[in-house]
Design a protein. Structure first.
Length: 100
C-alpha cells in the first residue's frame, strides 16, 4: 500500500508513508428474508462455533416462525448439534448447501 516511486530532491531519500497498526476483523451475521433482513449482529473478531450458536439462540430463533426454512452452507460452525436443535425446536426446517 506504500508507493514504490515518487519525486524528491536529488540526492535526498524519499520518505513514503503507509498505513500500519492493528488490522481488525469483524463478522456480520444476519438472516436474509425475501422482504427484509432479520437478526443482524456484529461480532468483534472471526466467527466460531460458540459465537454462531449464541447468535442462533439469541437473535435468530426469536425471529423464526414454524415452517420457515433456514439455509446454511458447509462452514464447520454451522454444523453443531445445538445449532440444529435450536432451529428445529423453533419449528423451522433446516437445509444444508452442499460443498463445491
Amino acid at each position: 500500500m506504500a508507493p514504490l516511486r515518487g519525486w524528491g530532491e536529488r540526492g535526498e531519500r524519499l520518505i513514503g508513508k503507509s498505513p500500519h497498526g492493528r488490522w481488525r476483523t469483524y463478522t456480520f451475521l444476519a438472516a436474509l428474508r425475501s422482504d427484509r433482513v432479520d437478526a443482524p449482529f456484529l461480532f468483534d473478531g472471526p466467527i466460531n462455533g460458540e459465537r454462531f450458536r449464541a447468535w442462533v439462540e439469541q437473535a435468530l430463533v426469536p425471529t423464526l416462525k414454524p415452517g420457515d426454512v433456514v439455509v446454511l452452507d458447509n462452514l464447520g460452525s454451522h454444523k453443531g448439534k445445538a445449532v440444529r436443535q435450536a432451529i428445529r425446536d423453533a419449528g423451522a426446517h433446516l437445509l444444508f448447501l452442499p460443498a463445491y
